[in-house]
Each structure stands twice: as structure tokens, then as C-alpha cells.
Design a protein around this ligand. Sequence first.
Ligand code: C2E
Ligand code: MG
Ligand code: MG
Ligand code: MG
Length: 292
Amino acid sequence: RAKEMGRNNYQFYLTEMNESALQRLGLEGQLRKALERDELCLYFQPQYDLDGRRMVGLEALLRWRHPERGLVPPDEFIPLAEETGLILAMGEWVLREACTRAQAWQAAGLAPMRVAVNISARQFHQYDLVRLVRLVLEETGLEPHFLELEITESLIMQDAEGAVHKLSQLRDLGVQIAIDDFGTGYSSLSYLKKFPIQTLKIDRTFVQDLSRNPDDSAIVDAVIALAHSMGMEVVAEGVETEEQMRLLHDKSCNRVQGYLLQAPVPSDAVARILLQASLNQPQDQSSLFCSA
Ligand code: C2E
Ligand code: MG
Ligand code: MG
Ligand code: MG
């Protein structure tokens, strides 16, 4: 088939490649400047506990406010940031920003929430993450148990022995560890028990068809049983319907996150959501009125 395409097509293909290489180069340059130009920002998506539907945490999600392209989602620039190593500076910014915000909301008298931060493979392996986390917690004054680090299975399995060591050090600091997108990667169950992990996040691809697909339903059952038997909690991602909520509740899932409850919002919108959450908890109401 390649032969049929002929010479012209081959040249066309080359031109296309050059164009995309150029585009990439442009993007890389812009991404380098994004940090210093203050174009990165965090959105936050609340997590709720499934029993009382009480808000229990927030996941920090990175966005790039590009001057021409508008709000760029992370899937469009994080892979490039990983490749180029820019993820190290960006990830440090994310961690500091998330902890600073979480501490500021608490200081303002709002209901204390755990904040979850996504950690990339390169950040985890090629970097003194433990030192950085310790430093940022000291700087911001956020208590360690309010920070949850989200890592992926494939990240851990790149160097499982090394990961056990690093995760134990993070655990010693008192931060929480969650495995993100659980079920989509390859992970060894024998390692799972060695990792000091508190939470498994079931990937949204299993939640999507929960009510229609018996295989997905069986996988969710198995993950929840596995997690609970090992003393871990389960968070379901991407919950979009009441039906999914009901099924997850019946399956004794612990926490949920998804558009049904709340889409990710910019950080200035979080205070309003937190205030609402505080007002729903009687014991916090008085302290709010006192500080007002
Ligand atoms: P993730 O950590 O699995 O985050 C969940 C993604 O699902 C978010 O996409 C969120 O907006 C989206 N989501 C939440 N609820 C729903 C729902 O009900 N339905 C659907 N269809 N989607 C939902 P987002 O913000 O575009 O982030 C995509 C991925 O980018 C994240 O997946 C994470 O892997 C990565 N990412 C985001 N922020 C950071 C960061 O600061 N550092 C690193 N290393 N990666 C990040
Ligand atoms: Mg995540
Ligand atoms: Mg996820
Ligand atoms: Mg994901």
C-alpha cells in the first residue's frame, strides 16, 4: 500500500511531519515560558464520601491558560512536559500551589479538606520527591495527613523495589498515598501488599458502563473486595449518573468523584463550595459565625 501512495504522498507525509515537529517545538517553547508567565493554574474537583455524601477532599487538576488557545487540558501538554523534563518544575509548582491553597482555606475557617495531587513518573523516579514534599509541607504549614499523592500503577511497576522504599519514606512523613486509574495498568498483586497505600482510585472506564456491563461490574466488585481486605479505601472516578452512584453505594465503595456531583472548578470557586460544605456541618457553623 505504501508503494501505491507514490513519491508525492511520501513527500507530503514528510512535510506533515515537519509541520508537527515545528508545532511541537513551538509548544515546547511556550510551555517553558508558561511557568514564569504565570499561565498555569489549578482547578479542583471535590470528592465525596458515599455514605453521607459529605465532601471529604479535593483533587488538584492542572490547567494551562494559553494566551491564544485558551484553557488547555493537561492531557495536551503533560506528555510533552514529561518528555522534556519540564514536568519537574511544573510538578513542584503544582504541589506548592495545592498545599498553599488547602492551608489558606483552613486558615479562613472553612471545613478542612484533604487535597490530592497527581505525581508523574518522572517526578517520582528522577527527583528527591520526599525532600520536596517535606519542604513544601513545612513552608505552607499544611498538616501532612491533609495531603494525598496520586501515583499510577505503571509508574510503580517501572521500579517496584525502589517504589516501595520511596513510598515508605513518604508514608513516614504522614502523607496519604493513592493509586490513580487503578485497573488500567499492569500491576502485580504481590507488590500491592508491600506498598504503604491507603487508597485505590478505580478508573472511570470501569464506572462508565457499570449498569450495563457485567464484566465492569465484576471488576469493580473485585477491586473493592481486594482493597477492603487489605485495609484500603476505594474512590470511584468519573461518576456521571445517579444509577452509578447507587451501584457504587451498594458495592460499598468509599468515595466518589465525578461530574454528577461537581466538575472541576477554579480555585476561587472552591471557597464557596467549601462554605456550603461547612454550613452543612453544624459543629463548624459556630466557628464560622465567630470569625465573621
Ligand atoms: P486523573 O488524575 O485520572 O484525573 C481525573 C480526570 O477525569 C480529570 O481530567 C477530570 O477533570 C476528569 N473527570 C472528573 N470527573 C469526570 C466525569 O464525571 N466524567 C469524565 N468523563 N471525566 C471526569 P483532567 O483534569 O483533564 O486531567 C486529566 C489527567 O491529567 C489526570 O487524570 C492526570 O493524570 C493528569 N493531570 C492533571 N493534573 C496533573 C498534575 O498536576 N500533574 C500531573 N503529573 N498530572 C496531572
Ligand atoms: Mg488523579
Ligand atoms: Mg484517574
Ligand atoms: Mg487519568
